[in-house]
Design a protein around this ligand. Structure first.
Ligand code: GTP
Ligand code: MG
Length: 326
């Protein structure tokens, strides 16, 4: 019988210095190393390609990930999938009972369509008990546009209270929202990588991370990579970022929610102004895509655009003083 490997240092080829570098880069568990690519480890831990490959193979067998799974195992994991309420029953229904863990859900739409409002409301709702549509967990928010407002969170407790007939302590709720401001796209990628460090710390606490938000996913990328020549580079970075997020979703049974703008002038000369930024890369990695548009007053319309097993459709919701409602 071989001892079960639980520490990075126990992996063959990983000394204390390499373990430290891996942890700093966000590879802080056997599972995280197991699903890394050799190139990731070569860069972050400054080791050779063959050593990296060896480490990953060892981590995979220790973590029991990365091989083929039988259908019943997949079913077992799918049973763990949680659903997070948006606070609006029509929107929940459109999503098949709420926002799913182990998936990426993308909200895209023009300015003022309600993307940031939704992320704020979800940061509240995720903390509610499962019976009340929550996931009993905490949230990590990567804020790229400096639009996180704690005051707004306090207001949005209103809609949760109205739904559940319970009072919530705003301070306690804010305490479980971990916000990081991303200053540029590289910083944003780095923050997503190190989110796993925090998730690892909170894993066995009363409030494990069950939601990771990136608002906005694409704004920095769009601003920094201008001109056709830089497009391939941008898409490659965005692709890596999306896969980091997906990894996080799987490892921590968390819901990932990202926001995205639509193309506007001058891009409109070349394409549909209602198309989201990031093209196929974002589209293929996000499991659920919702297109938001403004309607009368505080009403917003969400259209489910792409989903593996749900019919297309629309839902109307309201953004009020108390938050998201029917
Ligand atoms: P961009 O980030 O600019 O692309 O837009 P967004 O889609 O994130 O828009 P956001 O979620 O910030 O929505 C803004 C809209 O939400 C406003 O136009 C208001 O209609 C509504 N809203 C924002 N804050 C409040 C508030 O405190 N009370 C109420 N009643 N509505 C609000
Ligand atoms: Mg916004």
């Amino acid at each position: 019988m071989t001892e079960k490997i639980t520490l990075l240092e126990d992996l063959p080829g990983v000394g204390p210095a390499t373990a430290e570098k891996l942890k700093e880069a966000g590879f802080n568990s056997i599972e995280a190393v197991a699903v890394a690519s050799p190139a990731d480890l070569v860069v972050t831990a400054e080791i050779g390609e063959s050593t990296a490959a060896k480490i990953i193979v060892a981590a995979r067998s220790a973590a029991d990930v990365g091989g083929f799974e039988t259908g019943d195992k997949v079913l077992e994991r799918r049973k763990m999938v949680g659903k997070l309420t948006t606070g609006c029953s029509a929107l929940d229904e459109l999503l098949g009972n709420g926002i799913e863990t182990q998936s990426i859900t993308e909200f895209y739409g023009e300015f003022g369509s309600g993307k940031t409002q939704i992320t704020h409301q979800l940061s509240v709702n995720v903390q509610l008990p499962v019976e009340q549509g929550g996931l009993n967990g905490s949230v990590i928010m990567i804020d790229t546009e400096n639009t996180f407002r704690p005051e707004r969170i306090a207001q949005m407790l209103g809609s949760a209270s109205a739904r559940t007939d319970q009072e919530y302590d705003p301070e306690e709720i804010l305490h479980n929202i971990h916000v990081a401001r991303a200053y540029n796209s590289n910083h944003q990628i780095l923050l997503a990588e190190s989110a796993s460090q925090l998730a690892e710390e909170l894993k066995d606490s009363e409030t494990p991370v069950r939601l990771l938000i990136v608002d906005s996913l694409t704004a920095h990328f769009r601003a920094e990579y201008v001109g056709r020549g830089t497009l391939a580079d941008r898409q490659q970075k965005l692709n890596k970022h999306m896969h980091d997020l997906l990894k996080f979703a799987d490892l921590y049974n968390a819901a990932i929610v990202v926001t995205n703008q639509v193309m506007s002038k001058p891009d409109a000369f070349f394409g549909d102004p209602t198309k989201p930024i990031g093209g196929h890369i974002v589209g293929h990695t996000a499991t659920y895509r919702l297109y938001l548009r403004k309607s009368k007053g505080d009403k917003r319309i969400a259209r489910l655009v792409d989903s593996p097993c749900l019919p297309e459709g629309e839902a109307v919701f309201s953004v009020t003083m108390e938050g998201l409602t029917d």
